[in-house]
Write a protein that binds this ligand. Structure first.
Ligand code: ASP
Length: 346
C-alpha cells in the first residue's frame, strides 16, 4: 500500500463497560449505543484515518458473549477483509480473552490486525481508561512495517500499557486499569511515549496477502473440570457422563497433576475409552503441564489425557470448540490440540 493512503479501519462495537452508562434508577452500568461512545472521544477526529463502524444491534455486557456473537464478529471481518487495513473490536473485559482466543482460531491465515480493546471505566467518566485504549488500538491497527505491510497480523488485546497476543491472554484484574496479562508469552508491544513493538515475537506464520480461511461453527459440547482436594468420585463421574459431551478441559494441580485414588484414574480412563478428549491444563497462572515430572501426572498421561502444554484455559476451551466445530474426530482433535495453529502454544 502506498504511504500516502490513509489507513482504513473498521471498528466493531459489541458493548462492554467502555460504552456503558449508569442507569439513573438502579445505578448499575448498562450497555449504550455507539454514538454515545463517539461523542465522548472527540480526539478520534484528529486521527487522519478513514474509520467506519459496525455495531451489534443490541450492545451487550460481555458476560452474555457466546459463539453466535463470535460468528457475527468473524462474518463482519470476513465480509470487509479486503477493504480495510485493520479491525478494532470494542468488547467488555470479562470474556475478552475468550473472544480473542476464539477469533484467532476462527480466522485462520489472518494477516491483518484484529485489535480487541475495552475499558474498566465507561468512556463518559472523567477518569476513563477507554479513550486512551481506543485511540491506541486504532493506532496499532493502522501501524505498518517498513515494507508497508501491517505490523500486527493476528488477534491481539490492547489494554493500558501493553499489547498481548489474544490467544495467550487472561483477565487478571477486576478493578485495575492494567487488567490483562499473557503469562507464558511476552507482550507484543509496550505503550509508553511511543508504541514499541516487540518485533521478534509478532506472529508471522501467515504469508501476507494469503486468503483468509474463515470458520463459523463452534461446538459447545465441552466443559471445564476444575480439580480440588476432596473432589468426589460421583461429581467427577457425573461431569464426564454429561450427554453429548465431547471435550473436557481438566484444570489440574501444578505441572499437571491429579489425585492418585484408583477411582479417579478409572473414571478418567472410562471417559477416554468412550471417546472423550480430556485436556490437561494447569491451574497455575504460568508455566506448563509436564506430565513426566511427577507420578501423578504420568498416570494421567497414561490414561490418555492430552497434555495441554502452556495453553491458557481460555485458549484450550475455545480450541476444542473450534476443532470439534470443524467436524473432527477425537483422534484428530487430540493431534491438533498439541499442534500450534496460530501462536497459542510454545
Ligand atoms: N461486565 C463488563 C463486560 O465485560 C466488564 C467490562 O467491560 O470491563 O462487558
Amino acid at each position: 500500500m502506498s504511504e500516502q493512503r490513509r489507513p482504513k479501519i473498521l471498528m466493531i462495537y459489541t458493548g462492554g463497560t467502555i460504552g456503558m452508562k449508569e442507569n439513573p434508577v438502579t445505578k448499575a452500568l448498562e450497555p449504550f449505543d455507539f454514538n454515545h461512545l463517539l461523542d465522548n472521544v472527540p480526539k478520534l477526529k484528529k486521527l487522519d484515518y478513514d474509520i467506519s463502524h459496525h455495531q451489534f444491534r443490541t450492545p451487550i455486557d460481555s458476560s452474555d458473549m457466546n459463539p453466535e456473537h463470535w460468528s457475527h464478529i468473524v462474518r463482519v471481518i470476513a465480509d470487509n477483509y479486503e477493504v480495510y487495513d485493520g479491525f478494532v473490536v470494542l468488547h467488555g473485559t470479562d470474556t475478552m480473552a475468550y473472544t480473542a482466543s476464539a477469533l484467532s482460531f476462527m480466522l485462520q491465515r489472518l494477516s491483518k490486525p484484529v485489535i480487541i480493546t475495552g475499558s474498566q471505566l465507561p468512556i463518559g467518566e472523567v477518569r476513563t481508561d477507554g479513550e486512551e485504549n481506543l485511540i491506541t488500538a486504532l493506532q496499532i491497527a493502522a501501524a505498518r512495517d517498513s515494507d508497508g505491510k501491517p505490523m500486527v497480523r493476528e488477534v491481539a488485546i490492547l489494554f493500558e500499557n501493553y499489547l498481548w497476543r489474544g490467544n495467550r491472554s487472561t483477565k487478571k484484574s477486576a478493578d485495575n486499569f492494567d487488567a490483562f496479562r499473557s503469562n507464558n508469552y511476552p507482550h507484543l508491544a509496550k505503550i509508553g511515549l511511543d508504541i514499541t513493538f516487540n518485533k521478534d515475537v509478532l506472529w508471522r506464520g501467515t504469508v501476507f496477502g494469503e486468503p483468509l480461511d474463515v470458520h463459523y461453527a463452534m461446538d459447545t459440547n465441552v466443559v471445564y473440570l476444575d480439580l480440588f482436594p476432596g473432589i468426589q468420585e460421583n461429581i467427577i463421574r457425573s461431569v464426564l457422563n454429561i450427554e453429548g459431551l465431547k471435550g473436557v478441559v481438566m484444570k489440574t494441580f501444578g505441572a499437571g497433576n491429579g489425585p492418585s485414588d484408583p477411582w479417579f484414574g478409572e473414571a478418567i480412563r472410562d471417559a477416554v475409552n468412550r471417546g472423550l478428549v480430556i485436556m490437561n491444563i494447569t491451574q497455575c497462572a504460568n508455566g506448563e503441564v509436564d506430565p513426566y515430572r511427577y507420578m501423578s501426572g504420568l498416570e494421567l498421561a497414561q490414561t490418555g489425557v492430552v497434555p495441554g502444554h502452556d495453553l491458557t484455559s481460555e485458549a484450550a476451551i475455545t480450541k476444542l470448540m473450534y476443532l470439534f466445530g470443524c467436524d473432527m474426530k477425537a483422534e484428530q482433535v487430540k493431534k491438533y490440540m498439541q499442534t500450534d495453529l496460530c501462536g497459542e502454544m510454545s
